[in-house]
Design a protein around this ligand. Structure first.
Ligand code: CP
Length: 312
């Protein structure tokens, strides 16, 4: 059971709720891995996705999560929808809500869109990424991956590298990981560091990739979000890769059992070298599997009023 009607970000989600989501997700992962992939946790319920921005992982994993729990879903294709006839976000959401939808998953390029419109619909709203603000289920799946690899979050060092300025993933991870007791080591080009990042909780600013990676338990590369850059903020992809990219030599400076994370999509040979993406320490594919489990857990917990974990 979660306190709020919606999941819009991790900034205001208490540590206990994050722990609960991760524990339920661990159970849900057994269903994802099972040969039948059937469970009753969303039977009689419905989900709709409304993505104003492109997606492979997030949108599909919500759809799989819904199916694995016995629910029904509809994914609106914004490009061919009445949005193109001028229908507003509010009217589109109200229309989807009126179908009797239990959960609406929304992604939009403008920060704050889910927060503005969630109070206007009965459905539980999940933020699947709003501009540069938050992407809570991505951070939860990152945290689930860490939980499965380490005994505790306490004292864990997570290096986040690259385009921090445009990264809703970085922001949600900082909010979530700091609550769990981890330290977040940040490094990126000065032009791609947002104002005030150093004041966020448990953040340690670093001066080089080497400094950030050395002693880290997890290294997270971030995609250069060229679609959000209004002007050239880096000299070139090649230059960026040389100074800010991670390869196997760099990763070897991290702790012995360190894992490599990336939210995807990866630009090979830009933020990560081609080979490091598939190295033994890479947890990138596991993150994708965990994405389904986390989204199952979130949808289940948001739509259950009085259910307890022991039912799973
Ligand atoms: N990590 C992530 O949000 O990926 P997609 O853009 O493919 O959904």
């Amino acid at each position: 059971m979660l306190k709020n009607k919606d999941l819009l970000g991790l900034k205001n989600v208490p540590k206990e709720e994050i722990q609960l989501i991760l524990e339920v997700a661990d159970e849900m992962k057994k269903i994802v891995r099972s040969p039948h992939k059937k469970s009753p946790y969303f039977v009689g319920k419905s989900m709709a996705t409304l993505f104003y921005e492109n997606s492979t992982r997030t949108k599909s994993s919500f759809e799989f999560a819904c199916s694995y729990m016995g629910g029904v879903f509809s994914s609106l294709n914004v490009a061919t929808s009445s949005v193109n006839k001028g229908e507003s976000i509010l009217d589109t959401l109200k229309t989807i809500d009126s179908f009797g939808t239990d959960v609406i998953v929304i992604r939009h390029s403008m920060s704050g869109v889910p927060h503005v419109y969630a109070p206007h619909v009965k459905a539980h709203v999940i933020n699947a990424g709003d501009g540069t603000n938050e992407h809570p289920t991505q951070a939860l799946l990152d945290m689930l991956t860490l939980k499965q690899n380490f005994d505790s979050f306490d004292g864990l060092q997570v290096a986040i590298l690259g385009d921090i300025k445009h990264s809703r993933v970085a922001r949600s991870n900082i909010w979530g990981l700091s609550k769990m007791g981890a330290t977040i080591k940040i490094f990126g080009p000065e032009t791609l560091l947002p104002t005030g990042i150093e004041k966020m909780p448990n953040v340690k600013m670093c001066k080089s990739v080497k400094e950030a990676v050395k002693g880290a338990d997890a290294v997270m590369g971030l995609r250069l979000q060229l679609e959000r850059m209004t002007k050239g903020l880096i000299p070139s992809m090649g230059e960026f890769n040389k100074k800010f990219g991670v390869d196997e030599d760099m990763l070897s400076l991290a702790n012995k059992n360190a894992i490599l994370l990336h939210p995807g999509p990866v630009n090979r040979n830009v933020e990560l070298s081609y080979d490091v993406v598939d190295c033994n320490q890479s947890a990138i594919n596991e993150q994708v599997t965990n994405g389904v489990a986390v989204r199952m857990a979130v949808m289940y917990l948001l739509t259950r009023d009085n259910k307890i974990r022991s039912e799973i």
